[in-house]
Design a protein around this ligand. Structure first.
Ligand code: ZN
Length: 515
């Protein structure tokens, strides 16, 4: 006798239900409504649907929703319609407070699993630490939920009052003892967290902060059959040391499909396991979900069209992506100054998106999202003059000389456009000499016209993606983190514009780029 069970895994949906890019309202192959059409092709009686968190934060719809009273959360209605079995909370799911999160999980028909978060040092904060999924044939699959315990480093203290985040590894060790008493034929660990080491070489890829311990799970618990992960928005579907490892990107971009084949001789055993990832490109949006969220979508569109301030003087639109970087568009200083203001740091850096639009004269919320489309948060790190110069040298690689003209280096445009990996700094003045060899292009670096020494110490505010080394900025990975600001940068920009009402473009350019 044989039996096949499939596990379908989503993660880091970040509030994306509909296949839409809110920055320009264009169609995009993302969102739960397309995943829903795809999952309908599976036989529900042999299929388990699971989401590993960062689910209710990150899209404009989620932002506007948490400011308004609502009876049912559109993500909960959507996930109930899709018949999710399990939900594991992510760090961003705490961003709107405990009450908001528990109201959401209470609305879910799915069971919320999390073994390592307690309240008042006694009871579990969420429904269950693990669940034993049993088929009518008597096959048992254990699902264990875990959430990165790094949350107190990001979250506002009031949002996690009286909540304790316990070590993922220790909690898993304890729970596995209990789980094994049920004698399951397969063990699935569903973890909102990622990997701290390379999955081939097991060499560390980041500072060991315990934010991500997926690699340690693989190294220490060989009895685990499947490790569902998230948090890093990576595309992972592979077998590592005989454990199936999944991470399905973000925003519903991908669905991981895990197939477990069981065989019955003297009792059931797991005979075979496979993993693959599917895109939703060929699947239309589920019209039922479109109607479930129609009202919230209308509110979202009104919010995006809302005018929140105006531009005084010169235009703040971005008409030329190269010049916006070469001449440092005033919007860069605006955003850097907002980052400096909210963080209290001395230096700030930011990058424009590949197709940042800038602001209309009457600035709408949508203008902000189309200028800064990333749901990044901010990190404040300690950096010395030597490290700062190395970071600037990395950015100086963006330019090259062709026919004696300064242009963009191929590494930032081919095979993939990566203009978002060129950061511009405020708080210092510097000169990039493009004709110099890579690594020797920063020919002056000053603050208030005083030359910066290698040992000078500063605080730098940058987005969480870059602080984690995103865009291959290894230099930032090992810096000491002083503080994290869990609010999304677009929201910080919106709040600032609402407060000052009029934006005056600052044309002062502290970055000189020469041949
Ligand atoms: Zn996360």
């Amino acid at each position: 006798m044989k039996k096949t069970i499939q596990i379908l895994h989503t993660s880091d949906i970040h509030g994306h239900i509909l296949p839409i890019n809110y920055a320009n309202n264009e169609y995009q192959d993302i969102g739960l409504s397309k995943i829903s059409t795809l999952t309908k092709h599976y036989n529900k009686s042999n299929t388990i649907l699971i989401d590993t968190g960062d689910t209710i934060q990150g899209s404009p719809m989620m932002h506007i929703l948490q400011q308004k009273d609502h009876d049912t959360h559109p993500i909960a209605s959507t996930m109930n319609h899709m018949k999710y079995d399990y939900f594991i909370p992510g760090n961003h799911d705490f961003n709107f407070g405990q009450e908001y999160l528990s109201s959401f999980t209470n609305q879910l028909n799915a069971t919320t699993l999390c073994a390592n978060i307690t309240k008042d040092n006694q009871s579990l904060l969420f429904q269950k630490p693990y669940d034993i999924y049993s088929t009518k044939e008597g096959i048992k699959i254990a699902f264990i939920g875990l959430t990165t315990d790094y949350i107190p480093n990001w979250e506002q203290p009031s949002h996690i009052k009286n909540i304790q985040f316990h070590s993922v590894i220790d909690s898993l060790k304890n729970i596995l003892v209990e789980v094994k008493k049920h004698q399951p034929q397969a063990i699935v660990v569903a973890y909102h967290g990622g990997f701290e080491k390379d999955l081939e070489t097991f060499k560390p890829t980041m500072k060991d902060t315990k934010e991500n311990v997926g690699s340690a799970i693989i190294e220490q618990f060989p009895e685990v059959d499947v490790l569902l992960s998230g948090h890093q928005h990576r595309k992972i579907a592979q077998t590592v040391r005989n454990i199936l490892v999944s991470q399905p990107s973000s925003k519903g971009d991908l669905l991981s499909e895990i197939t477990l084949e069981f065989e019955h001789h003297n009792g059931w055993t797991l005979k075979n396991k496979q993993i693959k990832q599917l895109t939703t490109n060929n699947y239309p949006s589920d019209m039922r979900i479109e109607s479930i969220v129609a009202h919230e979508e209308e509110i979202t569109q009104q919010y995006l069209d809302q005018v929140i301030g105006k531009v005084s003087g010169e235009s703040m639109q971005i008409n030329n992506q190269f010049l916006a970087r070469f001449n440092k568009h005033p919007i860069v200083s605006l955003i850097n100054n907002i980052q400096l203001e909210v963080s209290g740091a001395i230096i700030s850096c930011m990058s424009l998106a590949n197709d940042s639009t800038g602001f209309d004269d009457n600035i709408s919320v949508r203008n902000v999202f189309s200028t800064y489309p990333f749901p990044n948060t901010l990190t404040i790190v300690k950096i010395n003059g030597k490290e700062l110069k190395l970071a600037l040298e990395e950015n100086a690689k963006y330019f090259t000389l062709i026919n004696n003209q300064i242009t963009i280096s191929d590494t930032f445009s081919k095979p993939k456009e990566q203009h978002y990996n060129y950061d511009m700094f405020d708080g210092v003045e510097y000169t990039i000499k493009v004709s110099n060899p890579i690594g020797q292009r920063i020919i002056s670096l000053t603050r208030h016209n005083h030359q910066i020494q290698e040992t000078d110490e500063f605080t730098l505010v940058l987005n969480n993606y870059r602080a984690a080394g995103g865009g291959d900025f290894q230099i930032f990975r090992n810096l000491d983190v002083i503080k994290e600001i869990p609010k999304d940068v677009p929201i910080l920009i919106i709040d600032h514009i609402k407060e000052v009402k009029t934006i005056v473009p600052n044309k002062k350019n502290n970055i000189t780029i020469i041949k």
